[in-house]
Design a protein. Sequence first.
Length: 179
Amino acid sequence: MNIEKRWIAAAAAAAPVLLNACVYAEESKSVHNAATTIPAEDRISPIYGVIIPDRYREWELVAVSYQTAFDEFRAILGNPLAVQAYRAGTLPFPDGAILAKRAWKRVPSTEFPGAFVPGAATTLQIMVKDSTKYAASGGWGFGRFIDGKPVDEAQHRTCFACHEARVRAHDFVFTRYAP
């Protein structure tokens, strides 16, 4: 493989990690501002009572993904307890573990033909582990937010059913740790 092809392969492999860093400043400003200007009682997810955790953008990257059905890049972040559990291979996750999934539309890069970059932010999804509070949903509480506001109750009713049907054996969590 010549040097140009190796460089392109390396850039492609690094792109998912870089995409989170590249859009951080501008996207986080708009979502953060939206979330902090919304009254607290309007930032709580229906059914589960989950809110967007403070400073979640500072959490460690667990993995990246691409969702073809929505044409979205996704970055999954974990609080320190969640990341420790991932590294140790601990299942079920301990109470207090929190995962945050940020998503953006995929758009073509204007600087690099054939490459794609994050476009507009779409959703922020939060999972909170509390085996007592959320016993009826596998120990997890769910929150799905658009522009800092939770989506409606009907959409929240689909969260656990999807996780239960597909990833029950992995403590209802889709994301695998990307070392």
